[in-house]
Ligand binder design. Structure first.
Ligand SMILES: Cc1ncc(COP(=O)(O)O)c(C=O)c1O
Length: 401
């Protein structure tokens, strides 16, 4: 006799549906086997921290961390590995810049597509430090106009910040065009690459950004607890450490070291995570970004085609010229959370519903009434069959309403 699952035990008449994971924008899953193995072998065979000892194992750990730093630098077009700072997630990397660069009474230009990892630090700076922020809105296709960004820059603008790809709509923003326009201005330029790194070819020289923040656990297929900040050497003097403490270097001094990236990397690094991140990055490089993007985009197009045949389904920002495999939809007049709950409980399909930590974009999309949107975000391991099951499930839910 087969084993009874917890769901069958709870209600023997309802078989547990297979899990279909469509929430890769939150964190990618599954992780490639080589990522799992890299983390496991570090904890099994070594487990020593980085930059904090003189044993052979320590030096092996140090080399692994520096190797990952080097690969990340090369991956995003940086010529100096010290421009890569390890962070604990995307939020941590963003805070390094937002709290490390902005001073009282500075002005910041951001956009309405920003994630709370940007909006909340900025609100804090507005409320506590007298900082001023202008939020540039998107057009009906979810795009930010570079001219509007430049028009919002003032003499005291310290930073321009934009999410490369909206985590709600999947629309790709023209960051190269914005970077080009900002070259004649004094403002520093920060890219939130949480939804683009690992999905799109990305070159920091071509974008011309000063900073680029990203998690390691989304498009790079690394584990949770990893992230990175690219900090251009020309802007090193402009960034203060927002987290201070032990670095394993200059231990005889109680003053934070000046050199980068150590200045921003206080506290033990997540070494197992970084080695897992290296393996995830290798996986993306082996499969090539073009293939990763093509495969997930094909599935996304398949999902869009299927969902659009269902009466009452609206998908947002389909008119955008370029997008990733993240998309948001609603069924007319329904609460997004209700639909996502049924998708998971009755069909085993894990999507995400609500505001996706991006409250401002819902005013632009007009999706406050539906309590946000249902978001599906496709990863390298999803299949056509899974997308067909999603479309069939949404169709059944819509028909039953
Ligand atoms: C656009 C965007 N920025 C920042 C973040 C924060 O990343 P993390 O969850 O790694 O802190 C996310 C996460 O969903 C995101 O989508």
């Amino acid at each position: 006799m087969g084993k009874t699952s917890p769901a069958e035990l709870a209600n023997p008449s309802i078989p547990e549906p297979p899990r279909i994971y469509l929430d890769n924008a939150a964190t990618s899953w599954p992780k490639p086997e080589q990522v799992v193995e890299a983390i496991a072998s570090y904890y099994r065979d070594s487990g020593v921290p980085a930059f904090r000892g003189i044993s052979g194992q320590t030096s092996g750990t140090d080399q692994g961390v520096e190797r990952c730093r080097q690969k990340l630098a090369q991956f995003i077009g940086s010529k100096n590995k010290n421009e890569i700072v390890f962070a604990f997630n995307g939020t941590d990397a963003l805070n390094m810049v937002l709290q490390g660069v902005i001073s009282p009474r500075d002005h910041v230009v951001a956009t309405t597509i920003e994630h709370n990892s940007v909006l909340r630090p900025l609100s804090y700076l507005v409320n506590e430090k007298g900082v001023e922020v202008n939020y540039v809105d998107i057009d009906k296709n979810g795009l930010v106009d570079p001219d509007k960004i430049v028009a919002a820059v003032r003499p005291n603008t310290k930073l321009v910040c934009i999410s490369h790809v909206s985590n709600v709509t999947g629309v790709i923003q023209p960051v190269e065009a914005i970077g080009k326009r900002l070259r004649d201005h004094h403002a520093l330029f920060l890219i939130d690459a949480a939804q683009s790194l690992g999905h799109l070819e990305l070159n920091v020289q071509e974008i011309g950004c000063d900073f680029l923040a990203a998690p390691g656990h989304k498009g790079l297929y690394g584990p949770l607890g990893t992230g990175l900040l690219y900090a251009a050497e020309r802007s090193w003097q402009k960034i203060r450490p927002y987290r201070l403490g032990g670095t394993g270097t200059q231990s005889d001094s109680d003053v934070q070291p000046e050199q980068m990236p150590t200045r921003l990397e206080s506290g033990n690094l997540n070494v197992g995570g970084i080695l897992g991140l290296e393996a995830g990055l290798d996986f993306v490089i082996e499969n090539t970004i073009a293939e990763v993007h093509k495969k997930s985009l094909q599935l996304s197009t398949h999902a869009i085609d299927g969902l659009l045949t269902i009466p009452g389904v609206e998908i947002y920002c389909l008119g955008a010229p370029e997008r990733t495999a993240v998309l948001s939809f609603n069924i007319s007049g329904r609460d997004s959370r209700e639909i996502a709950t049924i998708l998971e409980s009755a069909f085993g399909i894990q999507t995400r519903a609500g505001f996706h930590c991006s409250p401002k974009v819902h005013s632009s999309l007009g999706t406050f009434e539906s309590a946000g949107t249902i978001r599906i975000s496709i990863g390298f391991f999803n299949t056509v069959d899974e997308i067909d099951k999603l479309v069939e499930a949404v169709s059944q839910i819509a028909a039953a309403m």
